[in-house]
Ligand binder design. Structure first.
Ligand SMILES: Nc1ncnc2c1ncn2[C@@H]1O[C@H](COP(=O)(O)OP(=O)(O)OP(=O)(O)O)[C@@H](O)[C@H]1O
Ligand SMILES: [Mg+2]
Length: 247
């Protein structure tokens, strides 16, 4: 579905991506794991057309995205849920959802998926007239995802969906992502919470300072000693004591 090949992206003199390649197949959940500053948000922002690569190709269903404007990319079915949620705080929940629907052919009506959305996020239904800025952090994250779904994406890009959420809400958001996949969507998820992301995902990529270092099925990455130590916060295997030599 999506093929990224040898992507290079710079901010002036700062080279944020140095040869990133990745693939996402239809129906998959793919996790992108990396430390702060590794280039995860840069990757998603390049896929959405907000940043232009200096080198490399991005192909989505056979079309080159590097020549497309952000709204054209949304029109092709790639929608990003940005880091930090970025809902419209001074608009109601309902108005935020209408804005999400704006780009699609049928216009901004909430349409048939409205009920489906409320099954996914019952909390939002109760809060339609509420100003989005007064929602709790977790509710804002759900609204950001719901708004993205209103655009009827084929591929949903999620930047740190669990950031700043209490564990119970993290669980709720990840459960919603699982259900979104069951509805036939494809997901590329960027996460600091590597354990959760890899538990959800089919495959994962680990990037370090803009370069891919490891890719494997998510279950294998969860068992990988380097991943466990660097991204799952686990101590390395204790070194077994050497038998002492006699005098
Ligand atoms: N607008 C910008 N101008 C200059 N440098 C930037 C800009 N945005 C990001 N960078 C740099 O590019 C690199 C990659 O940043 P990016 O935001 O993609 O990292 P990230 O993996 O999303 O990190 P985090 O987990 O902290 O969100 C970092 O070194 C960062 O300082
Ligand atoms: Mg980021």
């Amino acid at each position: 579905m999506l093929t990224v090949t040898d992507l290079h992206v710079s901010y002036g003199a700062i080279r944020a991506l140095k040869g990133l390649s990745l693939e996402v197949n239809a129906g998959e959940i793919v996790a992108l794991i990396g430390a702060n500053g590794a280039g995860k948000s840069t990757t998603l922002n390049t896929l959405s057309g907000l940043l232009r690569p200096t080198h490399g190709t991005v192909s989505f269903e056979g079309e080159d995205l590097t020549v497309c404007k952000p709204h054209e990319i949304v029109g092709k079915g790639i929608v990003q849920v940005p880091e930090g949620r970025r809902i419209f705080a001074n608009m109601t929940v309902e108005e935020n959802l209408h804005l999400g629907a704006y780009t699609r052919p049928g216009g901004d009506s909430l349409g048939a998926e409205r009920e489906e959305l409320f099954r996914l996020f019952p909390r939002l239904k109760e809060r339609l007239p509420q100003l989005a800025g007064t929602l709790s952090g977790g509710e804002q994250q759900m609204l950001a995802i719901a708004r993205a779904l209103m655009a009827q994406p084929k591929l949903l890009l999620l930047d740190e969906p669990s950031l700043g959420l209490a564990p119970v809400l993290v669980k709720e958001v990840f459960a919603a992502l699982e259900r979104i996949r069951e509805q036939g969507k494809t997901l590329l998820v960027v996460e600091q919470n590597a354990k959760r992301a890899l538990s959800l995902a089919d495959r994962g990529y680990v990037i370090e300072t803009g370069t891919p270092v490891l890719t494997a099925p998510a279950a294998e990455l969860l068992q990988d000693p380097m991943v466990r130590q660097a991204y799952l916060g686990e101590d390395p295997e204790p070194v077994s004591p050497q038998p002492e030599d006699g005098p």
